[in-house]
Ligand binder design. Structure first.
Ligand code: FAD
Length: 373
């Protein structure tokens, strides 16, 4: 969507790590095999990423940014005629909702007497606590980043350490249910020491903290089934987390949102803005989102709280299979290679091409069958 963007990030000093070679990954079965791969992960803070995207978007022709908070939709027959921005209105031929997981679209549709979408959600009560550190001078290690994966039923804690621009580490502690980390700075260190390896605790022991601890618990996976709406305004679409929000542990949200934007561009180029436009876009988006939703929720079902929708069959079987793949990844380089190309949302191929589910090959299925043997 923004050609050359990753080179642009690298030129700004954003570190790139080979996710299979440079990241020390500790799963519940041991250390995952490391090997050179084409899977690059860019260590970039959210504010820096959004600032660079904003600069690139504003440089495109025909873009004007208006500040304001959307508060409703104004109905004109079978269409949306305008968006309410508090006491102002903005006339519109076409409206796209990209307001993220807090989207009020269903509420606005109900107010304008349109049907609202059914919701499925999986809430495994995941919590994040994040702190930034200055990387100590002279720091050396055989890893550039570290990921300690949680695993059921006993390992309810994990952590991620990632280098970002300006010689910093972002350290995120992860916990489920009653193991969710809090914002207390002393507890942050204690939690890091309680993990299955002391690697991150030892790294931050000598590092200068640059921020207080920030906590996030907005982590449930939620899906609005807009593709099933019996009747909807033809010129109003939703994408990104406004339609399908993911547990951030699987790092799918940004890529899936970008995927939705790209699909919308294709749809606008190919189809007339007639009465079926929104319905057909939402059906195509649901098909695209399906595999990411299944990946995230299949693993999540093992942590389920009682507030979630009942699990589907693949969500009951999948976790056992994932365990076997993780065990296999500790002594085989082939399994993590296949696994990462399957779960990686954006491969080096343009992301309009086949979804990763189509790359779930026979060899990966066999690896899962072999498991720990
Ligand atoms: C702690 C945490 C860690 C995460 N880590 C990762 C990760 O590593 N990788 C990954 O891919 N994803 C990650 N995610 C998920 C990722 O942030 C989201 O999936 C992604 O930002 C969704 O993009 P979006 O454009 O749909 O919504 P958002 O990025 O949420 O953008 C919505 C925008 O709409 C604005 N807005 C909201 N309401 C209104 C309104 N009424 N009027 C006007 N504007 C409005 C908001 O201010 C915001 O700017 C993480 C999320 C969290 C919480």
């Amino acid at each position: 969507m923004l050609p050359g963007f990753t080179s642009d990030l690298a030129a700004c000093g954003v570190p790139a790590v080979d996710f299979a070679a440079d990241v020390a990954i500790r799963n519940p079965y041991g250390w995952a095999a490391r090997f050179p791969s084409p899977l690059k992960a860019y260590g970039v803070s959210r504010e820096f990423l959004e600032w660079r995207i904003r600069q690139r978007v504003l440089a495109l022709p025909g873009i004007e940014v208006l500040r304001g908070q959307a508060t409703g939709l104004i109905r004109e027959g079978d269409r949306v005629g305008a968006v309410a921005l508090g006491d102002r209105t903005l006339a519109a031929d076409f409206v796209a909702d990209a307001t993220g997981r807090g989207s009020r679209a269903d509420h606005w549709l109900a107010q304008a007497r349109w049907p609202t979408a059914r919701e499925t959600f999986v809430d495994c009560r995941l919590g994040y606590a994040t702190r930034r550190y200055l990387i100590p001078e002279g720091h050396t290690a055989d890893w550039a980043a570290c990921y300690i994966q949680p695993g059921t039923p006993h390992q309810r804690r994990g952590a991620i350490l990632m280098p970002v621009e300006n010689n910093r580490w972002i350290v995120t502690l992860i916990g489920f249910g009653s193991d969710r980390p809090g914002r207390d700075e002393g507890e942050f260190t204690t939690f890091a020491k309680s993990l299955s390896t002391p690697l991150i605790a030892e790294a931050i022991a000598d590092a200068k903290p640059l921020t207080p601890v920030a906590v996030s618990t907005s982590t449930s996976s939620r899906r609005h089934h807009v593709e099933k709406l019996p009747h909807q305004p033809a010129n109003f679409v939703r994408f990104g987390e406004a339609v399908c929000a993911f547990n951030p542990l699987y790092a799918q949200g940004m890529s899936t949102a970008a995927w939705g934007a790209s699909l919308l561009a294709d749809h606008l180029a190919r189809y007339a803005l007639d009465r079926n436009f929104a319905a057909s876009f939402h059906r195509a988006l649901a098909r695209r989102n399906d595999w990411a939703w299944q990946l995230a929720t299949t693993t999540d079902t093992r942590w389920l709280s009682s507030q979630s929708s009942p699990p589907a069959w693949h969500q009951r079987v999948g976790p056992r299979y994932t365990d076997r793949l993780m065990a296999n990844a500790c002594h085989s380089k082939r399994t993590p290679r296949k696994l990462s190309s399957t779960s990686c949302t954006c491969s080096s191929r343009p992301f309009r091409s086949s979804p990763p589910s189509s790359r779930c090959t026979a060899s990966l299925l066999r690896a899962g069958k072999r498991g720990v043997s």
